[in-house]
Ligand binder design. Structure first.
Ligand code: GLC
Ligand code: GLC
Length: 620
């Protein structure tokens, strides 16, 4: 080999790195130094990268689609609520393997500020692990154990803000002008007021406004989220350098997927919402380039919970196509699942997923999910709602009422999160099972309601398992855990209804679930769906997904267009039986009428296929 792999990689990614940095920081006086330091840090990180990880880099270079394959199945959990601490996770790996999991997302595990830390998203030291969970070497050890089982590790990296207890923030608070430049600080409220004219509040209930006044410091500080989360100033190239160093450090500990938190907010521009500004994409492309050079096997998962058009930009659109995030949350699929489930009408879902999303993404795929640790925000635009003849405001309000459980006839039980009287936005908290109807039906002694809730949960899993992307199972959903109201008694959590759906894993119920209980049926059904996913090569994330309108409003349909053969996936979003004619199915590519989900032929009677309540099939 005449040239080092590092140099080859640097050549490959140079056009993603330097021109972006030039455009962002070219006129900043510190830029020439930062550029030099960054390159030196990259060389250092490459040198320090363990041989085992370098080998994995090479392996994944040869299999760049590894994360798009049908064997990818993700599981997301809080370390303490799932396994006590990092060492405890080792004992749970057999269980995860039995679910088919190959990707493990540990909810925030870096050292948070003491007290309320927004579930760990207020980090005071990125190079240390939360002492309650263990040490950095425990994390490294777990990464190795996962790797040995063919599982990859995803860890949160909060880019938009640090805790106000972070060493940088503490120096800034002491008056160090160098560190004050790391954050957004203002002497008086003139500029904050101007910015606030167009900003959207994220936590209007408990953290109103986007700025906080610190009398001792005599400054206003930009705090988009909670008061203790200080927004980083990404227009300072030194911030880019610091964060890039941390990302390389974590990748070298064996982290496979860096979940980049709240990325939309990273760039501020007066007169805008300060979300998803063009510079955000330049930063993310440059960061991805750093990782591609130093830790080629590591991926970036970008968390931007926004409307359809905006969401796509996180995969890189236009000049950034294929060069930005490898993975992004498909929150629109999630929102549309819940919307169609409430209305028993898939027209809005079909419209949104068909008109806004391309059939194919370059070098990227979705993280598909039904529930996560956050609330559900109804990211449905007025225009999309109008296309199916409802008003955006009315539909969003309906969904909140429905899932809170107050709408007459609702099957759901949830809680409101952050009511914003200005926009009328009400977000929703609750577990998959409770929102899908299990909690209410059980309390009412309604056996049919329980049966429907189970089928809704399994239909949701069959949807995210086949749509294309890495499906993420959120801890406890596989055993249909219902809302946990105990958070109201925990002072640090009581103000934040998201804790309603962050219960402690119920191992009793998991290990002893009777086969015919809701827990047992959801667990067996979930396992089965992900087993089947692995057996169906057409589900590969690289194959196009074509959403099609079904003749029945209650049925959502898409095709997976693989070179070998096509799949036609159908989902009944209602408790009514749905008939589809063989003619229509044939025109949409169904030939053999084999359902690869149940692994058997479907019954065709009188020229029709009948889908039972919440039925789902993956037809060939
Ligand atoms: C992300 C997290 C969320 C957190 C926020 C602020 O959106 O998912 O839980 O509150 O960032 O860090
Ligand atoms: C908003 C933000 C997202 C954050 C969430 C927390 O949706 O866009 O980043 O995680 O609020 O509730």
């Amino acid at each position: 080999m005449t040239r080092d792999i590092f140099e080859l990689r640097l050549d490959r990614s140079a056009s993603d790195l330097w021109p972006m940095l030039e455009a962002l920081y070219g006129s900043h006086p510190d830029y020439p130094r930062v550029r030099k330091d960054l390159l030196a840090e990259m060389r250092r990180a490459w040198k320090a990268r363990p041989a085992e990880l370098k080998e994995q880099d090479l392996r994944r270079d040869l299999e760049p689609d590894w994360f798009q394959r049908p064997d990818m199945v993700g599981y997301v959990f809080y370390i303490d609520r799932f396994a006590g601490d990092l060492n405890g996770v080792h004992e749970k790996l057999d269980y995860l393997e039995s679910l088919g999991v190959t990707y493990v997302h540990l909810m925030p595990c870096l050292k948070p500020r003491p007290g309320d830390s927004d579930g760990g998203y207020s980090v005071m030291d990125y190079r240390k692990v939360n002492p309650a969970y263990g040490s950095m070497s425990d994390l490294e050890h777990l990464a190795g154990a996962l790797r040995a089982r063919g599982m990859s590790l995803c860890v949160d990296m909060v880019l938009n803000h640090t805790a106000k207890e972070h060493a940088w923030a503490k120096k800034a608070a002491k008056g160090d002008p160098v560190y004050q430049e790391y954050y957004w600080m203002f002497d008086d409220d003139t500029l904050p007021k101007q910015y606030e004219e167009t900003l959207v509040e994220i936590f209007p209930d408990n953290a109103p406004g986007s700025f906080t006044w610190y009398p001792k410091l005599e400054k206003w500080v930009w705090t988009t989220f909670n008061e203790h989360q200080w927004d980083l100033n990404w227009s300072n190239p030194q911030v880019f350098l610091e964060i890039a160093k941390i990302m390389m450090f974590l990748a070298n500990k064996g982290v496979d997927v860096l979940r980049l938190d709240a990325v939309a907010f990273m760039w501020k521009r007066m007169g805008t919402r300060c979300q998803s500004e063009p510079e955000v994409h330049k930063i993310l492309r440059a960061l991805r380039a750093v990782t591609r050079v130093v830790a080629a096997s590591a991926l970036h998962l970008e968390e931007a919970i926004v409307g359809p058009a905006e969401m796509l930009t996180y995969f890189g659109r236009g000049e950034h196509d294929g060069r930005e995030g490898n993975l992004a949350y498909h929150n629109n699929l999630m929102v549309q699942f819940w919307s169609a489930l409430a209305t028993r009408d898939t027209r809005l879902m079909t419209h949104v997923l068909k008109t806004h999303f391309p059939e194919h993404l370059t070098n990227a795929t979705y993280a598909t999910y039904i529930r996560c640790h956050d609330d559900i925000g109804w990211a449905i635009t007025d225009e999309d709602a109008a296309a199916v003849f409802v008003t955006g405001y009315g539909h969003r309000a309906f969904l909140s009422d429905f899932y809170e459980g107050s709408f007459p006839g609702s099957f759901s039980r949830g809680a409101l999160f952050q009511f914003n009287p200005e926009t009328g936005d009400k977000r929703i908290s609750g577990t998959f099972a409770s929102l899908a109807g299990l909690e209410r039906a059980r309390d009412d002694g309604d056996a049919e309601g329980v049966a429907h809730a189970i089928e809704r949960i399994l239909m949701g899993n069959a949807l995210i398992a086949s749509f294309g992307g890495v499906p993420l199972i959120y801890m406890g959903d596989e055993i249909a855990m219902t809302n946990d109201y105990r958070y109201l008694g925990v002072p640090e959590h009581a103000h934040d209804s998201r804790w309603l759906h962050r219960p402690k894993m119920d191992w009793e119920a998991t290990l002893n679930a009777r086969e015919d209980s809701p827990e047992g049926r959801v667990l067996a059904g979930t396992r089965r769906i992900y087993q089947r996913r692995k057996a169906v090569p057409e589900i590969h994330g690289g194959h196009p997904t074509r959403v099609i309108a079904a003749p029945n409003q209650a049925v959502f349909a898409f095709q997976r267009l693989a070179p070998t053969r096509n799949l036609l996936c159908l989902f009944n979003f209602s408790e009514e039986w749905q008939n589809l004619s063989v003619g229509w199915l044939r025109e949409r590519g169904a030939e053999h009428f084999m359902d690869v989900l149940s692994d058997g032929p479907v019954a065709i009677e009188h020229g029709t296929l009948t889908l039972p309540p919440y039925g789902r099939v993956w037809l060939t």
